[in-house]
Design a protein around this ligand. Sequence first.
Ligand code: GTP
Ligand code: MG
Length: 323
Amino acid sequence: MAEKKAVDEYTIEDLPGVGDATAEKLREAGYDNIMALAVASPKDLSDVTGIGEGAAAKIIASARKYADVGNFETGEEILQRRKEVKKLSTGSKALDDLLGGGLETQALTEFYGEFGSGKTQIMHQLAVFATMPVDKGGFDSDVLILDTENTFRPERIVQMANYRGVDPDETLRRIHVARAYNSHHQILLAEKASDQTKEFNARLLIVDSLTSHFRSEYMGRGSLAERQQLLNRHMHDLLKFGTLNNAVVAVTNQVSARPDVFFGDPTSPIGGNIVGHTATFRIYLRKSKAGKRIARLMDSPHLPEGEAVIQISEDGVADIQGS
Ligand code: GTP
Ligand code: MG
């Protein structure tokens, strides 16, 4: 092989041992380029393509020879990327301030809280804001939503867009929603999210809810390890999307207040340490009186803990009137 060619000048058929039939299986499973193969694990590749694990390992080994797998970056390069971090407004100044100016790109922000605490409303509002012009706190971009609970409501987008004075039809055209029917489907959709950005520029990826499928499918202590492993991989896929596309990743999570559980903290988020460690920012939402919600910043790399009070109404998320 000529060492000088860039990895994207090769196709997967250039790999020794990959004929047309194998290439088709790989493509069907989403491994359509050398880089994707180079970072795959033999077991995963074998599981999703039906190719034997030994053959999968050989394909991966040759893909690694072609690919430029992983680089060390200088601190200067990382600083340069950090300088590109943008902030997305939530529509509430109090909440934006709590977050140091809004939700950051290249990071994963988790909103957790009990049912009706406003997580889904905030996701709708973020979707509207991402489509809005930059001078209004938006990204002028498209939005990807993974809807796991069938709670996306275009009618709410229309109400929120009208309140913000932007064209509701245009806003809806820029919001792309995929229903995820189970946790595997959810994982696949997240892996595919980057493909979508070839067709349009999406600077916001929403997963509402991150954990509901995992929680209902993996019950009991026996399956906890597997659940956590899958969640971990899924969250890293999401974070990778945020880094590669300079996008905000916003996810929702429930708390473990279950009537059948009499021990533990009823306000602790699902997913344990895996979710806690991967989320860059964690916000705990509590219900208060008359449509008010209290948002508490629980975890952040460089911001103080604190609280903001927001109002949820037909118009969406806003500051408390008169505050
Ligand atoms: P789960 O997904 O069940 O865990 O809850 P969630 O945190 O996603 O709650 P969600 O964001 O769906 O909040 C629902 C609440 O938002 C409702 O109980 C209402 O209080 C409020 N809400 C939603 N739509 C409207 C609206 O059009 N007008 C008003 N005034 N409030 C609304
Ligand atoms: Mg919800």
